[in-house]
Design a protein around this ligand. Structure first.
Ligand SMILES: Cc1cc2nc3c(=O)[nH]c(=O)nc-3n(C[C@H](O)[C@H](O)[C@H](O)COP(=O)(O)OP(=O)(O)OC[C@H]3O[C@@H](n4cnc5c(N)ncnc54)[C@H](O)[C@@H]3O)c2cc1C
Ligand code: SF4
Ligand code: SF4
Length: 398
């Protein structure tokens, strides 16, 4: 809650100019806060009279210490006729295991659905101590209302200290809804997780256009919530022999609490294209490809190598490829075996989305292009001359 000490307030209006939300106004030389105040704190340090303070509800440390366990949302996807946990769940388990061992707490994965999810036992092999299954026919199709209601109940009952989501479209939608409902902190799009000396989760993410890495903690609320970018952590199998019972969590859910209804599901294009997040080989184009027609060569190379086409934000803005194919900070994080960057300069916002690729090859006519700093192999030259040679070589190889 934001408080203004009217004895100290001089009516200078500095706070009014500072507030990015227009949530503080000065009338009759007294500052007044409006309902849309987000408690961002910008006005507090700007007030020369020290008249503004923010009181945050602080839970005593003994109370925070009662929360225990690292929980992961086991997001599932369709694979053929089956529903299986997404790759990002295994990546989070890998990282979650490390955090759980450090904190000496359990690692749990929470899977929601109608009960037909496959591969739950495998999650134990990937590091989970517990697999909590929430079954209900109203969870047959994903709905934000249904899934957030159930996850809020799981959190209230189980009281974990950390809850992680993949920063997928659904994870990015669910996590803030749950955080807002339970009045929790949330760090979005993390690229690193660690534990500090006070056993708090340190959540690292790019900030200020990717120019700095911010380390964020949630000292006042539990669970500490974060969404984590896919493809930043490896997924390693831990223990093939590990065994545990799948636990069923009792779900109470009414149709009236779900405000949306899935009428039909249609694929955008006839054949489902592999998403760039899942692809093993990516040929990525930048503005150096000069014109949209030249992407034919990128596609041809991708077809020869069995890969997919992606690109930089610059060519998404030029409408050469859709945003679903954009690699980088405001696009997707990818982690393929091979990433070929063609005519991409290597801006920090691009690098952050592809640097975990196993092998990076860059083609650029500028020998000083920053992309070469992360490339395993660099080819300096005109991409429009190099690509046809590469394609020809691949076509003629047995
Ligand atoms: C908040 C924010 C978020 C952003 N998010 C993203 C993001 O998610 N993804 C992203 O990619 N960018 C992002 N950007 C933009 C980013 O800063 C760069 O502007 C962008 O990546 C540049 O794209 P590019 O490398 O294709 O183009 P350019 O920077 O124009 O580079 C073109 C390169 O092609 C080379 N070249 C030119 N002609 C040829 C040729 N014939 N043969 C070979 N090489 C050639 C040039 O030497 C140059 O290095 C973001 C920026 C901001 C501020
Ligand atoms: S900046 Fe401080 S002193 Fe100035 S109007 Fe705002 S609350 Fe009052
Ligand atoms: S805390 Fe932030 S939103 Fe609230 S009045 Fe101050 S500057 Fe505005």
């Amino acid at each position: 809650m934001l408080k203004i000490d009217i004895e100290k307030c001089t009516g200078c209006k500095i706070c009014e100019k500072t507030c990015p939300f227009g949530a503080i106004t000065v009338t009759d030389k007294i500052a007044k806060v409006q309902e849309n105040c987000t408690l961002c704190g910008a006005c507090v340090s700007s007030c020369p009279a020290g008249a503004i303070t923010i009181e945050r509800r602080q839970i005593p440390k003994e109370e925070l210490d009662k929360f225990s366990g690292i929980f992961i949302w086991g997001e599932c996807e369709e694979k053929g006729r089956d529903l299986v946990p997404k790759k990002v769940v295994k990546e989070l388990l890998n990282q979650g295991r490390r955090l759980a061992d450090r904190l000496k707490q359990n690692l749990a994965v929470v899977v929601l659905g109608n009960g037909k999810v496959d591969g739950l036992q495998e999650l134990l092999n990937y590091g989970a101590d517990r697999v909590i299954r929430c079954r209900n026919k109203l969870l047959d199709n994903y709905t934000t209302d249904g899934f957030s209601n159930v996850l809020c109940t799981v959190i209230s009952k189980e009281r974990p200290s950390i809850f992680l989501f993949g920063a997928t479209p659904r994870g990015r939608e669910l996590a803030p809804r749950i955080a807002a409902r339970l009045h929790l902190g949330l760090t979005a799009d993390c690229t690193g997780l660690d534990i500090d000396e006070e056993d708090q989760l340190v959540q690292t993410r790019p900030a200020f256009g990717g120019n700095i890495m911010a380390s964020i903690i949630s000292p006042y609320t539990r669970p500490q919530m974060a969404t984590v970018r896919p493809n930043v952590f490896p997924c390693e199998k831990y223990d093939k022999t590990k065994n545990a019972e799948i636990e069923d969590f009792e779900v109470v859910l009414s149709q009236t609490s779900i405000r949306t209804n899935t009428v039909d599901i249609k694929q955008l294009t006839g054949q489902r294209e592999i998403s760039i997040e899942e692809a093993d080989i990516i040929i990525s184009a930048g503005k150096g490809c000069e014109k949209k027609e030249n992407l034919k060569l990128i596609k041809e190379l991708a077809d020869e190598l069995g890969g997919v086409v992606a690109g930089s934000r610059a060519i998404v803005e030029l409408d050469w490829i859709p945003h679903t194919r954009q690699v980088g900070q405001s696009g997707h994080t990818v982690g393929p075996e091979l990433y070929i960057a063609v005519g991409i300069s290597g801006a920090v916002q691009h690098i952050v989305g592809m640097s975990s690729a196993k092998t990076i090859i860059a083609i650029n006519k500028d020998p000083n292009a920053p992309i070469f700093k992360v490339a395993d192999l660099g080819i300096v030259g005109d991409a429009m001359e190099i690509l046809p040679v590469l394609i020809k070589g691949l076509k003629s190889s047995p």
